[in-house]
Design a protein around this ligand. Structure first.
Ligand SMILES: Cc1cc2nc3c(=O)[nH]c(=O)nc-3n(C[C@H](O)[C@H](O)[C@H](O)COP(=O)(O)O)c2cc1C
Ligand code: SF4
Length: 568
């Protein structure tokens, strides 16, 4: 791969990549694409890929790996495109299926076909409820390109927006598009990215930095690592554009250390972009310089908090600090630093190319665009989806994610990761956006949901969520460092049948202190899941304390038979 030194050379490379892409799909060979990501590897994707490669020897078959497209329920997923036919998607493929799959007789595992028309008895994939409601911008090429191939990415439009900000449009115009898009930060707080970029651009101190927050330490959220695994160049392009636009000399991507495949694929993307001359001095002869570094975390959830992340990037202990100054004034090395979430930055290419007004008309008035959402729980078609803001929780649960599995009854949905309360059936018709869920004690957060069923004890679940915050507290300030362990201790008392009626008021009081007096966002919301559970399932909490039983029979106190005397 030779270093490109001008726009014309890049466009030639782009044209070659387009031709190569077209030849792949229009040629005489059958193209077999196996979805390989951390989730599908756990289900044997590498073995399926190897079996396909063995079978392909000596035949007109091209076997390639692609990222996983989010449909965890049908992994390992394989797409087969025969010459002159639309591509067919097969699900739950095992090694033993490969001869039939590639021999053309595995109808039973065909889930859908590309396009909007059926192919024989195989329905269009987009008619499946899991895909029907999706609007893919960030995930447009995930599951389609080989994430390790910069040629694939460029053939699908990668770096087209970067080219624009390098050569065609002034930084002010790029920021104007971002502002018009009203792209609210996808890391949880929902702050408009255009406004942050504007502050970054106006900052006078130099050098400046941009950091992509790919830490994703929250349990049950798995969107950012999937973008890395499926389309790393989309993230890199967003960071590079932000650097050029705010005038930053270096971009960083801070990736959670627990995601080795995400790190590996992103590092490969950076190395290829560097080799091609998209990073470095005088990029493509534009006269603009941009450097890049990848940093990895050690696994502490708190390192995702903006100010703690800056310290961790610098190699220091990741602990939050008081604000102001905001990071955009004093971030990495005390220099102005624009920090954005992975998903936020992954939207940038399309906003620059298609315009802020285009983006703004997707979603709702207050929350434009799409949102990546993940779910855990006893649902039928689990996975990562990208849907327009404003979709209802009911549509997500009952259609997109296929409803409850046989034998399970819906009890509630935990929203906002570990930072909000649960919602019940009567909340399911609310639109999912930054504001509507907050009004009833929930939260969109970074888009991770947990659906729980009637066998889940609310006291037990509250204990799990509170304990997560307790263990992840950095111990810098007393209300969080001491308050969260106190809450866990009281919850344990209740779970083991030693709770007293005064414990409910004690937990409320302690929670209030933690929320009001903690230094950073972790402590300020840590008790929210507990408060929400106490409010929603008050009868259950009382049953543990007053009657000495757990109505679900699942926590240590038992269903009554082994209960220890309770109440005070
Ligand atoms: C305890 C805690 C953990 C956080 N973890 C993350 C994270 O993993 N990824 C992320 O993007 N934002 C995380 N945030 C939010 C960031 O502080 C910050 O708001 C965000 O990265 C800004 O990017 P955005 O405006 O694009 O959302 C966390 C916040 C807190 C309080
Ligand atoms: S609130 Fe918790 S996590 Fe945040 S600074 Fe205080 S102790 Fe650390």
């Amino acid at each position: 791969m030779q270093r490109l030194t001008s726009r014309a050379e890049f466009e030639q490379f782009q044209s070659d990549a387009n031709n190569r892409w077209d030849r792949l799909w229009q040629g005489e060979a059958t193209v077999v694409s196996v979805g390989v990501g951390s989730s599908s590897i756990a289900k044997g994707a590498l073995d399926v890929l190897a079996a396909c490669e063995r079978y392909a020897q000596g035949q007109q078959l091209v076997v390639r790996k692609v990222g996983v497209d989010g449909a965890d329920w049908m992994e390992v997923q394989v797409q087969v495109k025969r010459p002159g036919q639309p591509a067919v998607y097969y699900g739950n493929v095992e090694v033993a299926d490969v001869p039939q799959l590639l021999g053309g007789s595995l109808q039973a595992k065909a889930i859908g076909v590309e396009g909007d028309k059926p192919f024989g008895s195989i329905p269009p994939l987009i008619s499946h409820p899991f895909y029907k409601y999706q609007h893919r911008i960030v995930l447009a090429d995930t599951g389609i390109i080989d994430p390790d191939s910069i040629e694939d990415a460029i053939a699908r439009g990668a770096y087209s927006a970067y080219l624009k900000v390098l050569f065609d449009i002034p930084a002010e115009d790029a920021i104007a598009e971002m502002t018009a898009a009203v792209l609210r930060g996808r890391g949880g707080a929902g702050f408009p990215a255009g406004v942050k970029w504007e502050s970054g651009r106006k900052a006078r101190v130099t050098p400046k930095f941009v950091v992509c927050n790919s830490h994703e330490g929250e349990p049950n959220v798995y969107k950012d690592r999937r973008i890395h695994e499926g389309d790393p160049h989309r993230i890199l392009e967003g960071i590079l554009i932000a650097c050029i636009v705010v005038g930053a000399e270096r971009g960083y991507n801070y990736i959670g250390g627990e995601y080795p495949l995400a790190i590996e694929r992103f590092r490969k993307a950076v190395a290829d972009a560097e080799r091609l001359g998209l990073i470095g001095k005088n990029v493509l002869g534009s006269g603009k310089d941009v450097a890049f570094r990848v940093r990895t975390g050690g696994g502490a959830y708190i390192c995702g908090e903006g100010s703690a992340l800056m310290y961790s990037v610098m190699g220091l202990r990741g602990q939050p600090r008081t604000k102001p100054p905001r990071s955009v004034e004093e971030g990495i090395w005390k220099r102005p630093t624009v920090a954005n979430n992975t998903e936020t930055l992954a939207n940038v290419r399309d906003i620059i190319n298609k315009g802020g007004a285009w983006y703004k008309q997707i979603g709702t008035e207050g929350s434009s665009g799409t949102k990546l959402m993940t779910v855990q729980g006893p649902l039928t078609t689990l996975g990562l989806v990208e849907v327009p803001m404003g979709i209802t929780l009911r549509t997500l649960i009952e259609e997109v994610w296929g409803g409850m599995r046989d034998g399970y009854r819906f009890k509630g949905i935990q929203t906002g990761g570990v930072s909000a309360g649960p919602l019940r059936d009567d909340h399911l018709d609310l639109p999912v956006d930054f504001d509507s869920l907050t009004d009833v004690g929930g939260m969109l957060g970074s888009g991770g949901f947990v659906v729980f069923d009637e066998n889940v004890c609310s006291v037990d679940f509250a204990r799990y969520l509170t304990a997560f915050n307790r263990y992840e507290s950095c111990s810098k300030c007393v209300p969080c460092a001491k308050g969260n362990p106190a809450l866990v201790e009281i919850l344990d008392r209740i779970r083991f049948g030693r709770g007293s009626k005064s414990d409910l008021a004690l937990m409320e009081r302690t929670s209030k202190h933690i929320i009001e007096l903690s230094l950073c966002g972790l402590g300020q919301v840590a008790p929210m899941p507990l408060l929400g559970m106490m409010q929603m399932y008050e009868d259950e909490f009382r049953a543990h304390i007053v009657d000495g039983i757990c109505p679900t029979g699942t926590c240590p106190i038992g269903a009554g038979d082994t209960a220890i005397a309770a109440g005070d």
